[in-house]
Write a protein that binds this ligand. Structure first.
Ligand SMILES: Nc1ncnc2c1ncn2[C@@H]1O[C@H](COP(=O)(O)OP(=O)(O)O)[C@@H](O)[C@H]1O
Ligand SMILES: [Mg+2]
Length: 233
């Protein structure tokens, strides 16, 4: 049996908008992510994908339901504990890259190491190695505005890897990229999967589901097809 890395049980998320208006973004989600899974969560815009990713990644709390990380119920975790798990265990990749414009590629990748207690010895060497690995060894001193979209996303991937996370959570990682560049980014994620990293990609792009081993469909805040099957197309 593979280890259950992340597990959601009957997760609901309600956003309160004031004046009694509520948005039920997640309505009873059950989902298990196992060690070394390569999985797509597929759903249209507004279906609750980002909300789900934020809850999986301990960036937000559910309104109700249980969340487990490595089998441990997270409801008793303090904010510090949550931050530590996020920092050590999870790497995030976002559609809009979220790089710091005034920093070079190298500095952006080094940034998470400023706060860490481990792997801190050779921050620069480590960041350089990761940028080389995603094919940006010649772009270390470029700022985000001097890079293409695909290159920016590869910097973001290198940054997500710098703390050696067990799990990568990617929210529409190819959403702002043309299809060729998007495929290059997917190739990098596939390579990481082949090395054993657990990867969850959230997207509205059916193509991505063909690349990963498993997929689940999210619709109106519910998983409508949770069989974890390989998509047959
Ligand atoms: N911070 C928020 N406050 C209020 N409503 C939100 C918030 N974030 C998302 N929503 C709403 O929750 C639903 C799901 O949003 P989201 O998780 O961003 O979906 P997706 O990523 O699939 O487009 C949408 O109806 C959206 O408008
Ligand atoms: Mg979203």
């Amino acid at each position: 049996m593979k280890k259950e890395v992340l597990k959601l049980k009957d997760i609901e998320k309600v956003y309160h908008m004031g004046e009694g208006i509520e948005v039920r973004a997640l309505r009873g989600v059950n989902l298990t992510i196992n060690e070394s899974d390569f999985i797509t969560i597929l759903g249209p815009s507004g279906s609750g994908k980002s909300t789900l990713l934020h809850i999986l990644g301990l960036l937000d709390s559910p309104t109700s339901g249980k969340r487990y990380i490595d089998g441990k119920d997270t409801s008793g975790f303090s904010p510090d504990e949550e931050a530590r798990i996020r920092g050590n265990k999870i790497g995030f990749i976002f559609q809009t890259f979220n790089l710091i414009p005034s920093l070079t590629a190298l500095e952006n990748v080094m940034l998470p190491l400023m706060l860490c207690q481990q792997h801190c010895k050779d921050r620069r060497g480590k960041a350089k190695e990761l940028l080389e690995r995603v094919g940006l060894g010649e772009r270390l001193d470029h700022r985000p505005s001097q890079l293409s979209g695909g290159q920016r996303q590869r910097v973001a991937i290198a940054r997500a890897l710098v703390n050696e996370p067990e799990v990568i959570l990617a929210d529409e990682p190819t959403g702002n990229l043309d299809s060729k560049t998007g495929h290059d980014v997917l190739d990098v994620l596939e390579e990481l999967h082949n090395e054993g990293t657990t990867i969850v990609i959230i997207t509205h792009d059916e193509y991505i589901a063909k690349v990963t081993d498993k997929m689940v469909r999210l619709m109106d805040g519910k998983i409508v097809d949770g069989k974890n099957h390989k998509v047959l197309v």
